[in-house]
Write a protein that binds this ligand. Sequence first.
Ligand SMILES: Nc1nc2c(c(=O)[nH]1)N[C@H]1C(S)=C(S)[C@@H](COP(=O)(O)O)O[C@H]1N2
Ligand SMILES: [Mo]
Length: 212
Amino acid sequence: MGLFDKDRKQEEDRIRSENRLPPGQSLTLKFPVLHYGPIPPFTPATWDFRVWGEVEEERKWTWNEFLQLPRTKILMDIHCVTRWSKADTTWEGVSLKTLIDEGFITPKPSATYLMQHAEYGYTTNLPLEVALQDNFLLATHYEGEPLTPDHGYPLRGVIGHIPAQGELVAPYFWKGAKWLRSLEFMTADRRGFWEKAGYNNRADIWKEERFG
Ligand SMILES: Nc1nc2c(c(=O)[nH]1)N[C@H]1C(S)=C(S)[C@@H](COP(=O)(O)O)O[C@H]1N2
Ligand SMILES: [Mo]
């Protein structure tokens, strides 16, 4: 076993002993890249971020405007359905709950689900109440640095498990769309890209809701 494997195993044992490793997962110290299709280019001059659907008023921000929104940092563990987990990842960006609390977005009372729409048509759905939890963020930064293109630059959804907030619903990592371009508020649930392809709609990491 190499030094790296030994470090990994030790760290995995620590995370497991803290009850932070969901069933069927193993810890990685790397940051795997996983997505369907190519990495889209980012053109700041034409990029926008839209909020639409069941909201009192649709909103649209340019990249520069988006960077002026109130910012939030979170530390969480992320869990991919392909069985890797990564502990203590730091994300920074914009919290959907904050946007609503501070009046930037007003969902209609009928809004109950949220669809993330990304470049090239990738989508993923969440109950609105889950997207309003502290473990969902519209992230621009990872570990204090702007996202890299392969991890979703300039903007992605992220969702994971905050160890001190075990009561929050924690879905697998595919429920965060890289290269995010809009949020659609919906009156009823619709399945996103992987959900239509047979992944579990709720995707609870503790219940191993992977497929079907
Ligand atoms: N736009 C887009 N976002 C996506 C995906 C994708 O295919 N396209 N894959 C999802 C899946 S399955 C996972 S596990 C995570 C992986 O994020 P990472 O590459 O930063 O590890 O992105 C999610 N977001
Ligand atoms: Mo995934």
